[in-house]
Design a protein around this ligand. Structure first.
Ligand SMILES: Cc1cc2nc3c(=O)[nH]c(=O)nc-3n(C[C@H](O)[C@H](O)[C@H](O)COP(=O)(O)O)c2cc1C
Length: 414
């Protein structure tokens, strides 16, 4: 499965990615009125499309209007009008690459103070030490809520295809709902959704089946999975290997490997293992083992910013490299690499000792760049993380008022 960075990749659905470089999902927090994509997102995605990336994966789009990862999240449910999504898809495809929509339900990772529901496999809240009050307290989902949620993923996927997206990526990483079900620490159920790995993976597998059944065979279906949760007693690399094997017969095109959650933010290089911070391609060691047995092409995301690292990841047998931060700072990085050049700007690392706060600040810094791109300005990666964090919090407060009014108001116009 090894390939050169600029060689095409044919997928099981028949879709062909034009190269091996993907923009990983980054929640933009830029929903316009009605929690819909608007001109800001279209401008942002046109810039990424023009930069030469073979695959753009959108920031996570919410399948359930009452459960958002944040108040400026985009929602695609059965009521949403399709036109703004069609424009978004068109913007993403304007450079000749593919665009997939990442679809997600936050489960228990909903900020406290958000309206709507906070659900989880069990009533175990996110544990963040002194920051634990950042998230709401979850209630354990009923069987009916689980079934309805599986259906919501399928509805969103079906509508994404109608809007012109080329595929969906089901988010089962980073401690969101499907990852919560996979985790033996968060999922303490004693029914057939808890206990053994087969049971913990049931909701993910049902979701993949429902999504596959709701879309055409030529539409790509991918899954983002943690290579490990980086928590003692949590979902580990052996679990990941087995889940990938379970996904294969269901017609999955690609599995993206990441790692961590809010409790152990390894995805931004800040796991409980401090050594990960120092290196690029945080999860490469785990991925190297997983590629030897994986029957599905793998994508690896986390810490890749240089061509030599990208080549090393592909040499290990990974089929696609995913980048978030690097493309927020340098949206034309693939074109640069193709021309033998590197990025001339890099994000300033956040070295704060409080891992949860450092992770939030580095995400705010990246969002700051995305907002600049969305306005048609150049990125400015030197922005101080504290400034980016404060600006982000202010925007979130305004978005929360708007989301609350939308959620409690009439949605009949949609
Ligand atoms: C601002 C921001 C938002 C993110 N939102 C998402 C998301 O919506 N879905 C997801 O799977 N990962 C999300 N991530 C994680 C990225 O996809 C990626 O795994 C992580 O940033 C590590 O890759 P990088 O080092 O190339 O940035 C986000 C990361 C950042 C910085």
């Amino acid at each position: 499965m090894t390939g050169e960075l600029f060689s095409p990749l044919p997928l099981r659905s028949g879709q062909v990615l034009k190269n091996r470089i993907a923009k990983a999902a980054m929640e933009e927090n830029m929903a316009g009125d009605g929690q819909l994509p608007d001109e800001q997102l279209f401008t942002l995605y046109r810039q990424w499309a023009a930069g030469g990336t073979g695959l753009l994966i959108t920031g996570n789009v919410m399948v359930h209007a009452e459960a958002l990862t944040g108040p400026a999240g985009v929602v695609l449910d059965e009521h949403a009008p399709l036109k703004p999504f069609a424009e978004w898809a068109e913007a993403g495809k304007s450079g000749g690459g593919a665009i997939w929509m990442q679809i997600n339900h936050p489960g228990r990772q909903v900020a406290s103070g958000m309206p709507g529901v906070v659900w989880g496999p069990s009533d175990i809240g996110v544990s963040l030490g002194k920051h634990s009050s950042r998230f709401g307290r979850p209630t354990a989902m009923t069987a009916q809520q689980i079934d309805e949620t599986v259906t919501r993923y399928a509805v969103t996927a079906h509508r994404a295809e109608k809007a012109g997206f080329d595929g969906v990526e089901i988010h089962a990483a980073h401690g969101y709902l499907l990852s919560q079900f996979l985790s033996p620490l968060v999922n303490q159920r004693t029914d057939h959704w808890g206990g053994s790995l087969e049971n913990r993976a049931r909701m993910l597998l049902d979701t993949v089946r429902a999504v596959r059944a709701a879309v055409s065979p030529s539409f790509a279906v991918a899954v983002k999975l943690n290579s490990a949760d980086f928590q003692r007693g949590g979902f580990d690399a052996e679990d990941a290997r087995q889940v990938i094997a379970m996904l294969e017969p269901l017609g999955v095109d690609l599995v993206e490997l990441s790692g961590g959650s809010y409790e152990s933010p390894a995805m931004t290089g800040r796991s409980t293992d401090t050594r990960t911070q120092a290196r690029e391609a945080y999860f490469l060691d785990l991925a190297r083992d997983l590629v030897t047995t994986s029957p599905v092409p793998l994508m690896l995301t986390g810490g890749i910013t240089r061509r030599a690292t990208a080549d090393r990841v592909l040499d290990s047998g990974v089929a696609v490299i995913g980048m978030g931060t690097a493309l927020a700072v340098t949206p034309d990085l693939p074109h640069r690499w193709h021309g033998g050049r590197e990025a001339d700007r890099r994000m300033r690392p956040v070295t704060w000792s409080d891992k949860a706060l450092a992770s939030a600040a580095s995400m705010a810094q990246v969002r700051h760049q995305m907002r600049r791109l969305a306005r048609g300005s150049s990125p400015r990666p030197g922005t101080h993380p504290a400034i980016a964090l404060i600006a982000e919090q202010r925007k979130q407060r305004t978005a929360l008022r708007r989301y609350r009014a939308w959620l409690t108001g009439p949605r009949g116009a949609a």
